[in-house]
Design a protein around this ligand. Structure first.
Ligand code: ARG
Ligand code: GLU
Length: 687
């Protein structure tokens, strides 16, 4: 039975060009996928998804800020994204009197919407392959430096031709497939984006870091904004005279709900993946980089937790810092485990063996071994560099000291920097982190990489603790008033925090950077060759480029999964589960009283909250619209399950799942908690 099954799956795998559900496809090439999408249930055409001639779904999707996605849901610029994507803006509007993070925020009319300095949303106007134009003038035999300059000159020209500040048009040329292809992306960037609504964090961040990257999930992870334009619908700086932006296209909302097996489609801006790297790089990530970074962060998180649970004030100060440290920490654990469980290193090795045999006598002969040699040269130094980032640069006093120093040197004001630093600085956490990080540095960084200066400090003080005591006793940066009184950069010369920052920086520049730089350049060339080699080796396979924060399409279906032997996770969660988790004594699970009251009225057991699907997503896809077979909005993407986070390196259709907010939970919260159902008047419902 098992053998027959294995045989059948092998046959199926061989017959399918791309693995089911894997892939982050380029919108402009969607006509190559549309047949497969339609076979899986999609009812729209390629032109409906991406078109330069007519309004298409792409016109309703934006890059939100610098690393999330958002979608338009009305012809008056109403935009949805995640709560965690709007978090820093909500925080900036919050004070003790108006704690919008804690209590939520609901504009009851347009005048109450809050402007957000610095926040932009970017609509993709069009994208074109420009490989020939970018490489015009390049000839085989040119050096890499010559190639770079050809690429730069041509790209700069293309960007210049497509840029038009008056219309808010901004352009980029991006290398895809490691520089085997180049694409021009032209965006319209809107810069008056106002906050319309956000649930209390006890809904928008329900489950906190306890549930982060996990299923079953019950987070109401959404916030609502509105895009404004000038009278001609063009981008403009904030002005009370601006009017709601009229998009070419916005999503209709479906209230029909999701069933296991339903077609789903995520349109958004995934940030970064490395699906085509060789086995040595995968091994480095899973066996060295991830475990090292996880261990360092475990220490930092433990220290933060200790002080955060002892004081309400410290908890607030460190909540955002703690969440971001915890986020990657948890993701890496899933990734490391997933790579091991999938035996990705072994399967890459087997692939490389087949590739080597095929490559004999071609221009790809030897490329895998060359990559292996470069990684062997690079990785020990790179690991030390990652240690530097995670253990040295995370000491808050040092980065603050250096930031103040640069401002003084440039002659720019330091007040805002000083305010934001001390507002969220708790010295005992930083001191304890210093001891933990420097002790680990001493223990774990190989002798040959340690800076001489570091050894001298240890010798001078006899212990990390004594060194720490001296530094925090003598650095002026622990004293807000002294920092505020600084007038010239000369006054900070010789400060022990500056001295330490500079000593490590000098070490990085002298001992690490040259190797990282040289091997980085070699890798770019070798990976370009290897990528093209893989495409030639498997001409029948459909390749998608690694994510790079450009607009992509992932499609799949609503589906549960088995996280471990003996267990199966259903793909839908409901309000009943929130009530089951509710616990006033646990911060992450303490729901607002209003939600308890609504639930107590009865009839809300089945209220959907989140769902799972098989779409291939990554960081940056947060806030992405999740769309059904008719192109209508059914959810907002916000996470993945942590057993599947290795999908940034290797996708496994059995356990890789994205987690979305069910759009009906957003409607429920806007109405019942926010009493802002006036917003529904401008939305359009498909059913
Ligand atoms: N894991 C999600 C993402 O990668 C959500 C992160 C924000 N939430 C949190 N609890 N830290 O961005
Ligand atoms: N929460 C992530 C984000 O902010 C999405 C999760 C992921 O797929 O990595 O983009």
């Amino acid at each position: 039975m098992k053998k027959a099954f294995l045989f059948l799956s092998a046959l199926l795998a061989a017959a399918l060009p791309a693995m089911a559900d894997e892939g982050m496809w380029l919108p402009s090439l969607i006509s190559q996928r549309i047949g497969d999408m339609q076979a899986k249930g999609f009812r729209l055409t390629a032109e409906d998804v991406y078109s330069v001639n007519q309004a298409s779904l792409k016109d309703a999707v934006v890059l939100f800020g610098g690393g999330c996605t958002g979608e338009l849901v009305s012809d008056e610029g109403l935009l949805l994204t995640n709560h965690h994507c709007g978090y820093s803006y909500i925080q900036r509007h919050s004070s003790v009197e108006h704690d919008y993070l804690k209590d939520g925020f609901w504009a009851m009319n347009r005048d109450e919407e809050l402007p957000n300095k610095g926040l932009t949303v970017s609509f993709l106007d069009h994208m074109d392959e420009v490989t020939d134009l970018v490489l015009k003038g390049y000839e085989p035999g040119m050096t890499e430096a010559q190639r770079d300059s050809v690429v730069k000159v041509n790209s700069d020209r293309l960007v210049r031709e497509s840029t038009d500040p008056d219309k808010g048009l901004k352009a980029n040329v991006e290398a895809l497939f490691y520089g085997n292809r180049y694409y021009l992306f032209v965006f319209r960037v809107y810069r008056d984006v106002r906050l319309v609504g956000a649930p209390p964090s006890s809904i928008g961040k329900f489950g906190g870091d306890t549930d982060n990257w996990m299923w079953p999930r019950h987070t109401g992870d959404f916030s609502i904004f509105r895009v404004y334009a000038d009278k001609d619908n063009n981008p403009a700086d904030y002005s009370p005279d601006n009017v709601p932006y009229r998009p070419r296209k916005f999503f209709k909302i479906s209230r029909k709900g999701v069933q296991e097996g339903d077609f789903t489609f995520v349109y958004g801006c995934p940030g970064s993946t490395q699906e085509y790297v060789m086995s040595d790089q995968v091994r480095y990530v899973a066996e060295q980089s991830d475990p090292q970074k996880i261990a360092l962060r475990t220490q930092r998180l433990d220290i933060q937790k200790k002080y955060m649970s002892a004081s309400q004030a410290v908890r607030i100060q460190y909540s955002s810092k703690n969440a971001s440290v915890a986020n990657a920490w948890k993701k890496w654990q899933g990734e490391e485990k997933g790579i091991r469980r999938m035996r990705t290193v072994a399967s890459k090795l087997a692939y490389e063996q087949r590739f080597r045999e095929w490559a004999r006598g071609t221009r790809y002969e030897g490329i895998v071994d060359e990559l292996g040699e470069i990684y062997a040269r690079r990785n020990p130094t790179y690991l030390a560099y990652e240690y530097y980032n995670e253990a040295v640069r995370t000491i808050e006093l040092l980065s603050f000291a250096s930031a103040v120093q640069s401002r003084l040197r440039a002659g720019t004001p330091t007040e805002d920097l000083i305010d934001s630093f001390y507002k969220d600085y708790y010295q005992p956490i930083d001191e304890e982190t210093f001891v933990a990080m420097m002790t680990s540095f001493d223990r774990n960084v190989p002798e040959r990489f340690k800076p001489d200066w570091f050894r001298e400090q240890l010798a001078k003080y006899g212990s990390v603790a004594a060194w720490k005591d001296d530094l925090y006793a003598h650095s002026l940066f622990i004293d807000r008033e002294k920092v505020a009184a600084l007038r010239s950069v000369d006054e900070v010369a010789g400060d022990p925090a500056i001295e330490m920052y500079d000593a490590f920086l000098a070490w990085y520049r002298k001992d690490l950077y040259p190797v990282i730089q040289e091997t980085g350049a070699a890798l770019r060339v070798a990976n370009r060759t290897y990528m093209q080699g893989q495409m030639d080796f498997e001409p029948q396979r459909d390749f998608y480029p690694d994510a790079n924060l450009t607009l992509r399409i992932a499609y799949g279906q609503v589906k549960g999964y088995s996280p471990y032997d003996g267990a199966y996770y259903y793909p839908v969660s409901t309000l009943k589960g929130i009530i089951e988790k509710d616990n006033p004594d646990i911060f992450d699970y303490n729901i607002p009283q209003v939600l308890r009251d609504i639930y107590a009225q009865g009839g809300h057991d089945g209220q959907p909250v989140c769902f799972l699907a098989t779409n291939h997503t990554t960081g940056g896809n947060s806030g992405s619209p999740v769309i059904n077979a008719d192109g209508d909005l059914i959810g907002i993407n916000f996470d993945r399950v942590w057993e599947g986070t290795m999908s940034d390196i290797a996708f496994n259709p059995d356990i890789c799942r994205n987690i979305s907010l069910d759009i009906r939970y957003l409607l429920f919260v806007v109405d019942q908690v926010g009493h802002a159902s006036y917003l529904f008047d401008e939305m359009s419902f498909a059913d």
